[in-house]
Design a binder for this molecule. Sequence first.
Ligand SMILES: Nc1ncnc2c1ncn2[C@@H]1O[C@H](COP(=O)(O)OP(=O)(O)OP(=O)(O)O)[C@@H](O)[C@H]1O
Length: 327
Amino acid sequence: MIIEAEALSRNFTVAEAVGGRGLGRLRRRSRTVHAVRDVSFTVEQGEAVGYIGANGAGKSTTIKMLTGILVPSSGRVTVCGLQPVPQRQALARKIGVVFGQRSQLWWDLPLKDSFPILGAMHRQPESRWRPRFQELAEQMGLDPFLGTPVRQLSLGQRMRGEVAAALLHRPELVILDEPTIGLDMISKESLRRFLDFERRENGTTLLLTTHDMSDVQRLCHRILVVDDGAIAFDGPLTGLAEVAEARRTMVVDFSSPLPVPDLILPQGAVHLGAESEGIRHRIAFDPRRLSASALLAAVAARAEVADLSLHEPDIEDLVRQLYTSAR
Ligand SMILES: Nc1ncnc2c1ncn2[C@@H]1O[C@H](COP(=O)(O)OP(=O)(O)OP(=O)(O)O)[C@@H](O)[C@H]1O
């Protein structure tokens, strides 16, 4: 077993100002935030698990406890057979961590110069880390920018570097916090392809938090949904993809207002609403029954289209819908 969490909880005590009447009457009182409550789950070697929940649901707090940065208030956790807090250094040699918002690379150095430092930090001889670095550089296409200082890399290039850095020591488990945030579609896809390859090829276990539906569909076989600190759903992805597919939205802006009754939609499309006095229309459609181009052709036949955009459903909405209907 790679992760075993049992009744894991973490509280924070926060100070709040309590408004009193008159000058100098401001009092402070403390309040307890139950960031993670009684969370139990296990993850087996080679699994790819999506850890999903709204902002503030407790994902980062859980990750910090798994990686030994935060001490649990109660409960037990082992990661790769180790206790994260007391055995944090030993654990660092078995896991890799990628935070979409933070960097573990040396900002002012050319990208390639971070790797010997990381190799030394993991106490690996060059004969061990160098071939792995070359393999990762090739698989992730790092060569064109290995000589560029990290601060000058594009976000997509830097994230490829971050993932290579996290995988240099061949960790058993990689924890990724929003790995594709802010990336363009092509960079997202190449990162997903690489992570999936790494899991299949080396049996590396993946645990990732994300707000991106496509990350989950592309990479994960199982999702853990956290809601207000507690696990609300733990299960396979079955059903989620179908719900997601059925809920794609096309937003169409016409050159001049179009009354709703004039917009005759083909089968598989549902009118969700009109805004700006009939200029903007929101239409839900199921791409398995009706292609985006067929829908656009039908809509454009009614009036001149000035602009359009396609939207994927919000992952939290989907998941909430899925687990409330499962209850
Ligand atoms: N150091 C801290 N002190 C006080 N409260 C905290 C602290 N860290 C987190 N919290 C609170 O715990 C709750 C869970 O926060 P956490 O960062 O784990 O959520 P999250 O699911 O990772 O959210 P996001 O998706 O926004 O990153 C929130 O209410 C947050 O305000």
